[in-house]
Design a protein around this ligand. Structure first.
Ligand code: SF4
Length: 139
C-alpha cells in the first residue's frame, strides 16, 4: 500500500548552528511515521526532528499571584508538555491557589491537564516580617 508523504522544514533549536532540517513523514497513517530526516549535522538534530514532527513539546512558563506577596510567583512545567495542550495548561496555571511561603521547586499543581507533568515554582517567596509600629518590649 502506498502512503502519502509530506515534508516539513524545521529549524533545530538545540545549539547555535540552527540547522535547517527537512523531515519527510508518512501521512494517512494513524500516527505520523518519519521516512527521512536531512540537514542535521548531528544525531541530536535527528531526534529533535522526529519528536518535533510527531509529538511537538514545549516548556510552559507563567506567573501566579500569591496573596500576601507584592511580586508574582514565576512557575514552569517540570518537563516539556504537548504543544497542543499549552493553552489549557496556561488556563490551569491561572487557577493555582498558592499560599505563602513558597519554596523554589515546590510542586504547585500535579499532573497538569493529565500530561503527567507537574507545575513547579521557580523562585522562593518568603513571608516578610511585619514592619512599622513600635516594639514596646524593648523600651
Ligand atoms: S542538528 Fe545538531 S548541530 Fe545542527 S543545530 Fe541541531 S544540535 Fe546543533
Amino acid at each position: 500500500m502506498q502512503f502519502a508523504e509530506e515534508t516539513k522544514i524545521l529549524t533545530c533549536i538545540l545549539c547555535p548552528f540552527g540547522c535547517q532540517l527537512e523531515v519527510a513523514f508518512k501521512v494517512d497513517v494513524p500516527k505520523p511515521e518519519i521516512v527521512e530526516v536531512n540537514g542535521n549535522r548531528c544525531k541530536r538534530g535527528q531526534a529533535y526532528a522526529v519528536l518535533e514532527a510527531t509529538d511537538p513539546r514545549r516548556m510552559v512558563t507563567s506567573f501566579v499571584c500569591v496573596p500576601g506577596s507584592l511580586e508574582p510567583l514565576s512557575v514552569k512545567t517540570a518537563a516539556p508538555v504537548p504543544k497542543s495542550q499549552v493553552k489549557d495548561i496556561l488556563a490551569a496555571i491561572q487557577d493555582i491557589k498558592a499560599t505563602m511561603p513558597v519554596a523554589i521547586g515546590e510542586v504547585l499543581l500535579q499532573d497538569v491537564c493529565g500530561t503527567g507533568v507537574d507545575v513547579v515554582a521557580t523562585k522562593t517567596l518568603k513571608k516578610k516580617p511585619p514592619t512599622g509600629g513600635v516594639d514596646h518590649e524593648t523600651r
